[in-house]
Design a protein around this ligand. Structure first.
Ligand SMILES: [Zn+2]
Length: 74
């Protein structure tokens, strides 16, 4: 009986680790406009034909969220 509990707890631990890894593997990509220094989410109408970088990179480079994206909370 103890063995079964041990196996179940190990399995759930592995599952938690796997979920965490999957979240890390999917960085938050956004679209940046170099002229306006704004970044857009994928769903934004202004996100077309723009460069794609991660959100962390955009913030680091001084980009701010566009007003439409912010308003719609995309
Ligand atoms: Zn936008």
């Amino acid at each position: 009986m103890i063995k079964i509990i041990l196996i179940v707890s190990i399995l759930s631990f592995i599952l938690i680790l796997f979920k965490k890894k999957r979240n890390q593997a999917k960085p938050n990509f956004i679209f940046v406009n170099k002229k306006t220094k704004k970044y857009h989410q994928e769903e934004c109408p202004y996100a077309k034909n723009l460069e794609t970088i991660t959100l962390q990179e955009a913030i680091k480079n001084g980009y701010t969220s566009c007003k439409i994206c912010e308003k719609n909370k995309i």
